[in-house]
Design a protein around this ligand. Sequence first.
Ligand code: 4NP
Length: 154
Amino acid sequence: MSSVLFVCLGNICRSPTAEAIFRKRASEAGLDVVIDSAGTGGWHVGATPDSRSVAAGEAAGYSFAGQAARKVERTDFAKFDYILAMDRENLRNLQTLAPEGYSGHLGLFLDFAPNQSIREVPDPYYGGQDGFKQVVYLIEQASEGLINRVSEHS
Ligand code: 4NP
């Protein structure tokens, strides 16, 4: 079974949105995938997703039920075969944390949306509600590509 970990900075905005969207898409595609999310920073550990992310995600039909923020751990590299960062800074931090010889796919989530010119999911935390809607849109694009990839390998 494939396993996917989405990673952003706080694990309260972008990666919980990715978890919610990909969970629904995987279920619709009939794919059995372990899905989780985490943050490279620990400030919000234990918190539920940001209400602005929940508003934007639920309006588009996604559920954030059961989510609580956690920090990414070295042991995640033994558990997940896709570890997907929302931006390059998160990716650099993950590359530093990764054990040598990690055999999974560590990269940017938007690499699965090759037709999308935006390459990183912008941090919406200090902006307005439009930023949260854009996060949903970008993640929907990349989720399609990731569904296709995971289906080919399962
Ligand atoms: P996220 O957004 O990385 O998408 O969860 C952020 C959440 C919190 C902070 C920054 C970004 N913060 O600085 O507390």
